[in-house]
Design a binder for this molecule. Structure first.
Ligand code: ADP
Length: 208
């Protein structure tokens, strides 16, 4: 059975961490003109930061990574490339977490080459110092021991992927009690959505 540390993050934590991150940006004196949200992980933090910082212009870059829940893969690319003129603008690139750092490295390099901004800085809610190749200019929480953070905008996708991993390792997912035990044993936390509801959703999606 897989052993992956999973930590469930609440909506309230996301708001608190985003506000905390905003304070650090404010304290540094950096005046942000445009936020670039890395999709999808940076979308919610970007919107909260925009509100707190008073930023009207929020755009997005879709970084594609062949990442399945709780596994890591450094392959990253811009899925829908485009150009826009951001000359004279102070830009802030935002993501949820720097794990490998690949998404941020890629997005920063892409924005520099294609958007022509005055300055680019980067921000994430969390940074895993053990694994990242790149430390963002601003972050709120430093993670010492690697874990999979189950963000509230990803509950369904993550729990489904984690159940699939159990299935692949031979757990009988039709037996709900066995599934629940295996889930907690493998991931060290309880699923934020009942597993019987998850199974129904997997059936609806044709993934059961
Ligand atoms: P980066 O390290 O720049 O964030 P990754 O390719 O490692 O790039 O991660 C891409 C995305 O995958 C992250 O923005 C996040 O949404 C998700 N992700 C990666 N690692 C984790 C993790 N440990 N916990 C939760 N989500 C993660």
């Amino acid at each position: 059975m897989p052993k992956i540390p999973v930590r469930v993050v609440s909506w309230q934590e996301i708001v608190d961490w985003s506000y905390g991150l905003a304070e650090r940006i404010i304290d540094s004196g950096y005046r942000v003109d445009v936020i670039i949200a890395i999709a999808r992980g940076g979308l919610v933090p970007s919107r909260i930061l925009a509100d707190r910082l008073g930023v009207v212009d929020v755009i997005s870059l879709k970084v594609e990574h062949w990442v399945q829940t709780a596994s890591r893969n450094p392959e990253a690319r811009i899925k829908y490339p485009y150009s826009v003129d951001l000359s004279g603008k102070n830009v802030l690139i935002v993501d949820d977490i720097a794990d490998t750092g690949d998404s941020l490295i890629l997005a920063k390099d892409y924005a520099k080459r294609n958007f022509n901004p005055k300055e680019i800085r980067t921000a994430t809610l969390q940074v895993i110092t053990q694994t990242t190749k790149y430390v963002p200019d601003y972050y709120y929480l430093e993670v010492k021991d690697w874990a999979w953070f189950m963000y509230p905008w990803n509950y369904w996708e993550d729990v489904i992927n984690l159940v699939k991993k159990l299935k692949d390792s031979g757990v009988n997912i039709k037996n709900l009690e066995e599934l629940k035990r295996a889930y907690v044993d493998s991931y060290g936390s309880h699923p934020p959505i009942d597993l019987n509801i998850i199974i129904d959703e997997m059936k609806r999606r044709g993934e059961f």
